[in-house]
Design a protein around this ligand. Structure first.
Ligand code: SF4
Length: 975
């Protein structure tokens, strides 16, 4: 294979290492591989290194073909050092994700002083629009090699070499196609002088006698998944949801695995009727009922038919979701697939619309260049500039996570994202992504947004919301408090004061400009402005000092309280702090007045409205006024608002919030005022078997309702336990006891466990305990959401420890997830400010406020377990608390079996029995189905099992006996 290698670059070494972990101080290098290209001659080097410590089992799984025997027989690091150094000479090293190699080499072989070039960084600069830059995705996307990363040092070097060749070939091909544009090499040497020294710059010059025939594996196309070819079918769109019966439409192309479900048709029908009658409806549709399909179908057909009839108002739908994951799934998978199957993909437009701050501003980015950054900053700006040059990118959320971290984009994004209350989008003539999206809006038939944007829909001039589907609607219950809250943040306000005093251009410079342009008479006295700004800063600091001297913060958490209803021992704070907040408020007014008076003097001139300086100053005025008003409202006790004071745990900042308690009115006034039809959808909208609480809360008492019953046999395919022998979550010993229980359960179930925590400190403490318990075993413990995929590997024994962010949106069907645990019931703390305000002002009981949110969260968590009819498993509440009211109500609302209070040993002794029964049951179902359809069992079983995400494999049938295997079990015998 090596003889066939050709490298564009000469006098470089491709190097890769395999290690026992990611931390260079606690992990070791176990393999080094390198390819040297020196004066056109290619030589290679590879060695294993004997580790001193333990090698985690996942490393053997990860590194293809690596065995413990081989490793233990290898030479030690000390013995291979000199030959490594001799091979590397002082030639530059190319590593993929070079920072990783740099850290490990510096720590373990500090004698290596070679310059390191990162091919991942090169990929990000050359093709910044990609979502992933890891070696595996690059091999798949920019080469035709069609292989997986082996995670062996020399193999990965070969892949890196081919990736670098491909990146350069593709770059030069793009430059060839667009000869009018300057080449990147030219730009870096002439326009961006500061990047001349960037390690990759000199390699970007196309060699004189370059021939791309030497690199036949380069994929010059933009990566796209194989297009599925569809047969021509006639579709009668006037059938609407009846089309769901036509399996030929949905299985056209053979990639959908569609089966008709009556409930799904009923569901679609309700959405259509709601649209046509212009009403509001709440629909609870359980997981797996095909809800997205059901509503996208109606949105597509209704918009298409109404578009044909020129009914503009009815030819567009808005779909609002809570999570980014669902938004992406809709835009990248569900909507395009359904439109394609319906043959409407070339007739309807769709897209996602985000808040302004999510878009890159090309204008601000251009201006940013004048700011002085260090070399790293300049590279980050180059990355962003190249993103913009591509012309179709602008969505900050879609920038790869690795690139965000590597280029430290968080530092710059606030300077280069859209920050314009001032830009008149309609008239803006600058290249501007937001304007492009904004102008697309009227022609879009399906627009996907999120709930937060819906709460203030800033694009109403361009697109009126006529018909909306609010998916994940249950989230509005708590989120609406945030959406409609007004807040004064000391941090943001200090930033505003800083801009007023020292911004570029300064307010004084802006006023001078206005003087020059509009003949304005006076200008602000600098000293007065500084005096007023300082006065406010002093008052903010006095407050922060007061918080500190009152010792409001205990432990590592931020302090939060209802300002007028604090807990017993803090009753005095309202009076003391009220005076200080009032002084702060009063000190804002003179500054507001000073600037407002100046600006008011020149508003006679019409032309001034288009002036940037005028807009900037007006923006300051509006923000000062708003801060004054929020503080004014905060200080007034009101039964309609919770007044919340938050102080950060380090006493650096504080926030004062006015949170409206009757959010229903605001939902109607601000979200749905002119909307014709609204569909609220979720798997968890009902509380106490009724939609009433949710409807009341969201101000939708008259809305219709529809329930799709669960098709899953929750009673027989799940078991719910609550532990009664590990004590309360805050008692000493709890962490140790539950860690032991999680560990024992993982051994019984071979992992595939998700443990969810209400509190991150508890999650970390359990992680620490499990690290000790799992040492020397094959059990892996992960805390990162990205590791969820590890559950799907039948050969790995995985426990995932998740925080609140894992309560929703985790979708792991089949054998991959068979146990979900929850550390404690998600009760509101009695100190939770909104709860205190509601119970005090609206005279409601604690459970009245607490239970609805708890019920929805626990239903969501339980829902992680069952995603298809083949799913099964345990839901275990580690600390159920002592409130039997909650447990009884949950039993009713979860719709599963009774919640069994049991000690850990009882659960552990039963667990294997149920687990095997559920698995046998699934095997039976598959076998019966295959027999019923006269399909050959031996040939089809494993495919069917795989389709339903089951790990069992049939490996032989002998004398009518079926032999199955997975990693620990062998099941023989006739089923
Ligand atoms: S609207 Fe204005 S600030 Fe926003 S991206 Fe466009 S040009 Fe930039």
């Amino acid at each position: 294979m090596l003889e066939q290698l050709t490298s564009i670059l000469d006098n470089v070494i491709y190097l890769d290492i395999e290690t026992t972990g990611i931390d260079e101080k606690s992990s070791e290098i176990i393999e080094i591989g390198a390819i040297k290209i020196k004066n056109g001659i290619i030589t290679t080097y590879k060695t294993l290194i004997r580790p001193r410590g333990r090698v985690p089992i996942e490393i053997y799984n990860l590194c293809t073909g690596l065995t413990e025997k081989e490793l233990l027989g290898a030479r030690s690091l000390n013995l291979i050092k000199s030959e490594v150094l001799e091979f590397l000479e002082d030639i530059p090293l190319i590593c993929h994700n070079g920072n990783f190699e740099r850290r490990f080499l510096e720590y373990n072989i500090p004698e290596i002083k070679n310059k390191i070039l990162d091919s991942m960084e090169l990929a990000a600069i050359l093709e910044p629009w990609k979502k992933e830059f890891n070696l595996d995705s690059l091999v798949k996307e920019i080469t035709s090699l069609n292989k997986n990363e082996l995670h062996r040092a020399l193999d990965d070097c070969i892949d890196t070499l081919k990736v670098v060749n491909s990146l350069l070939c593709r770059q030069w091909a793009r430059e060839e196609q667009n000869k009018k544009k300057k080449t990147l090499y030219f730009i870096l040497n002439n326009d961006y002088n500061y990047l001349k020294k960037w390690g990759w710059t000199k390699y970007l010059l196309k060699p004189l006698f370059f021939s791309d025939e030497d690199y036949p594996y380069v994929n010059y196309e933009e990566y796209s998944k194989d297009e599925v070819k569809l047969k021509k079918v006639e579709i009668d769109y006037s059938l609407y949801e009846e089309l769901l019966k036509h399996e030929d439409i949905w299985n056209n192309g053979g990639d959908f695995g569609y089966q008709y479900r009556k409930d799904q048709k009923e569901f679609s029908k309700k959405i259509r009727e709601n649209f046509e009658k212009q009403e509001r409806i709440f629909i609870e549709a359980p997981t797996g009922s095909g809800k997205t399909f059901a509503y996208v179908l109606i949105a597509a057909i209704e918009t298409y038919l109404n578009k044909q009839k020129n009914r503009k108002d009815d030819s567009s739908f808005i779909i609002s979701t809570n999570t980014k994951e669902l938004q992406n799934q809709l835009i990248e998978r569900d909507i395009p697939t359904i439109l394609k199957k319906l043959r409407l993909d070339d007739k309807l437009n769709y897209g996602a619309m985000k808040g302004k701050g999510n878009y890159l501003c090309i204008d601000r980015l251009n201006k940013c260049e004048s700011l002085e950054f260090d070399e790293k900053g300049n590279l980050s700006l180059l990355f962003l500039r190249r993103l913009c040059e591509d012309g179709k990118y602008g969505d900050i959320e879609n920038i790869s996570y690795w690139a965000q971290k590597h280029f430290e984009l968080d530092k710059y994004l606030k300077d280069v994202n859209c920050d314009s209350e001032q830009c008149k989008l309609e008239k803006c003539i600058k290249p501007c992504y937001l304007r492009t999206r904004y102008n697309d809006l009227p022609n879009e038939n399906i627009t996907v947004i999120n709930h937060s944007l819906l709460s203030c829909w800033p694009y109403c001039e361009k697109k009126k919301i006529n018909h909306i589907i609010i998916d994940e609607g249950h989230n509005l219950m708590e989120k609406c408090y945030d959406f409609f809250a007004e807040e004064f943040s000391s941090f943001e306000f200090l930033e505003l004061l800083d801009m007023i005093e020292k911004g570029h251009p300064s307010i004084l410079a802006m006023l001078l400009n206005l003087n020059a342009s509009f003949g304005f008479r006076e200008t602000i006295e600098k000293d007065k402005l500084n005096y007023l700004v300082n006065d406010i800063i002093v008052n903010i600091n006095i407050l922060i000092n007061d918080f500190r001297s009152m010792r409001l913060v205990t432990g590592e958490y931020n302090f939060t309280t209802e300002f007028f209803i604090p807990r017993e021992d803090l009753q005095g704070i309202t009076k003391v702090l009220g005076c200080e907040i009032s002084v702060l408020k009063e000190s804002i007014y003179p500054l507001y007045k000073l600037i407002n008076d100046y600006i008011s003097n020149i508003t006679q001139d019409d032309e001034i409205n288009g002036d940037t300086d005028y807009k900037n100053i007006s923006d300051y005025v509006a923000k000062l006024k708003s801060a004054f008003d929020i503080l004014d409202k905060f200080l007034e006790k009101s039964t309609y608002y919770a007044k919340i004071l938050e102080v950060d745990s380090e006493y650096k900042t504080f926030v004062l919030k006015n949170v409206p308690l009757n959010v229903g009115e605001l939902v109607n006034e601000q979200m749905l005022k002119e909307v014709k039809s609204t569909t609220f959808i979720s798997a968890t909208l009902r509380i106490e078997n009724s939609f009433n609480r949710m409807k009341r809360h969201l101000g939708q008492n008259n809305a219709k309702e529809f329930l799709i019953p669960s098709t899953f046999d929750l009673k027989n395919r799940t078991k719910i336990f609550a532990l009664n022998n590990v004590g309360r979550y805050d008692e000493p010993g709890f962490i140790k006891k539950i860690s032991k229980f999680i560990f024992n359960t993982a051994q019984k179930l071979n992992g595939h466990i998700l443990v969810l925590f209400n509190n991150n400190a508890r999650r970390l403490a359990v992680n620490e305990e499990l690290e000790i318990l799992t040492r020397g075993t094959k059990i892996e413990v992960h805390t990162n959401k990205k590791s969820i995929g590890a559950l799907n590997d039948k050969n790995r024994i995985v426990i995932i420890l998740g925080s609140k962010g894992f309560f929703e949106g985790i979708d792991v069907p089949g054998d991959a997830l068979n146990c979900v645990m929850l550390d404690k019931l998600p009760n509101y703390s009695p100190e939770f400010p909104i709860l205190r305000a509601i119970t005090t002002y609206q005279k409601k009981g604690y459970q009245d406020v607490n239970y609805p949110q708890l019920c929805i969260k626990v239903k969501q968590i339980y829902g992680r377990l069952i995603r298809s009819t083949f799913d099964y498993g345990y839901f275990i509440i580690l600390d159920p608390g002592q409130n039997s009211y909650t447990i009884r109500n949950l039993e009713r609302d979860l719709g599963g079996p009774n919640i069994e209070l049991a000690p850990t040993n009882k659960i552990l002794s039963e667990i294997e029995f149920n687990y095997n029964n559920w698995k046998r049951n699934n095997i039976n179902i598959i076998l019966k189905n295959l027999k019923k359809n006269n399909k050959n069992i031996e040939q089809n079983f494993n495919n069917e099992a795989k389709k339903h995400k089951m790990f069992w494999e049939l490996y032989k049938i002998e004398n009518e006996q079926y032999y199955f295997k997975n990693m620990n079990f062998k099941l023989k015998g006739k089923i």
